[in-house]
Design a protein around this ligand. Structure first.
Ligand code: TXA
Ligand code: MG
Length: 342
């Protein structure tokens, strides 16, 4: 769905792509849109360029990056040996919001893998990302284009707010269609394992592989996923997650204490207070639409002068796993279990 944005969007021109590719060649960074979130990209074969990403993000050096490639045909340049299940998942889900963890080729710069013997690879589906990969002709290492531990950007505006001129060139791609980071599946262990939930679910992946796959259920930290700190993707304003029944009471106490509250509501009732001390965003009731708007909503509430943010807890079903995971990280443990919550 175009959501009425097409007309106002500046288009990326062939000239922009050529300039972006030249920057990458020169070891500089380029911010580009993907279907999940915006990425801060650099030449994955150039250790100096990759180090620039860490510098700009303020990210610990042992925190590995995802290499973005143009297609399945480029997989062998990065991974070896390639398990048969990687080909099957790539065939089915690439280009798309899937990252595979595979055994790494020896030549890959340590700056990309954080010194591990495994590598994260994905083929992004956004047309601008695809065009950039084609113009550049090699792999692009790219984390989400935000400072370490902060909210991921789903618009170019989020990137500019966070980095100003520091991020270098930003390719415009409109709001990201999926809005949460890719599903990460590790294929280096005995059973395929989901290290980070995303739009593609364990069910969809297991169906293609014809077997059940393991994974971190929400809240659990999978040690193999570096960067799965429980404090991550966080707004600056403290966020709490509450059930629809507990939320109104908590909000009333907040405004009685003279503080301003921001609410990510799922139901009308949880968000209506008729007070100028409350800013409410009524979120979509479909999980995929909620995911698409999640970071933009958190960015917006974070800038609205609120003292505390509250999110109404989404249902505990599989389609909501990625949203619940990101909300859980954003609230840094301030989740109040409600009735019926596992
Ligand atoms: O949707 C996405 O995946 C976005 C867009 C830009 O592609 N990228 C993204 O990158 O989310 P980043 O750096 O924010 O998250 C990459 C995650 C990190 O949690 C990192 O620990 C994990 O991938 N990762 C990278 N290499 C790994 C490896 N060899 N083993 C396990 N986890 C790895
Ligand atoms: Mg990130």
């Amino acid at each position: 769905p175009a959501r009425g944005r097409a007309a106002r969007e500046p288009r990326v021109t062939p000239d922009d792509l050529e300039r972006a590719a030249l920057r990458l060649e020169a070891g500089l960074t380029v911010v580009f849109p993907t279907e999940t979130v915006y990425g801060l990209g650099a030449d994955a074969s150039n250790p100096e360029a990759v180090r620039r990403i860490y510098e700009i993000k303020g990210r610990p050096a042992d925190h590995p990056l995802i290499v973005h490639i143009a297609g399945l045909g480029d997989l062998e340049a990065w991974a070896d040996p390639i398990p048969p299940e990687a080909w099957r998942l790539g065939e089915r889900f690439w280009p798309g919001p899937l990252t595979l963890i595979l055994p790494c080729r020896g030549e890959v710069p340590k700056a990309v893998t954080g010194g591990r013997d495994t590598i994260a690879v994905r083929v992004p589906a956004h047309p601008v990302a695809a065009a950039l990969l084609k113009a550049f002709g090699r792999g692009i290492a790219a984390p989400s284009a935000n400072r370490f531990g902060r909210l991921s950007p789903t618009t170019s505006g989020h990137v500019r707010e966070e980095f100003g001129e520091e991020a270098g060139m930003v390719l415009e791609g409109g709001p990201c269609r999926i809005g949460v980071e890719s599903t990460i599946v590790s294929l280096v262990g005995e059973t395929p394992l989901i290290l980070r939930p995303g739009a593609l679910t364990a069910g969809q992946i297991g169906e293609v592989l014809g077997r059940k796959i393991g994974g971190a259920s929400e809240g659990q930290v999978v040690p193999a996923a570096p960067g799965s700190h429980s404090v991550h993707y966080a707004p600056k304003t403290p966020l709490e997650i509450l059930s629809g029944t507990h939320l109104p009471g908590r909000v009333f106490r907040t405004i009685r204490a003279g503080e301003k509250a921001g609410i990510l509501a799922l139901t009308q009732g949880a968000g209506s207070f008729g007070s100028d001390k409350v800013a409410t965003i009524l979120m979509p009731s479909r999980a995929d639409e909620y995911a698409r708007e999640l970071y933009a909503a958190l960015h917006r509430l974070d800038r609205s002068g609120c003292d505390r943010l509250f999110a109404e807890r989404p249902p505990a079903t599989e389609e909501w796993i990625a949203v619940r995971d990101r909300l859980g990280r954003a609230c840094a443990g301030r989740s109040v279990p409600g009735p019926g919550d596992a």
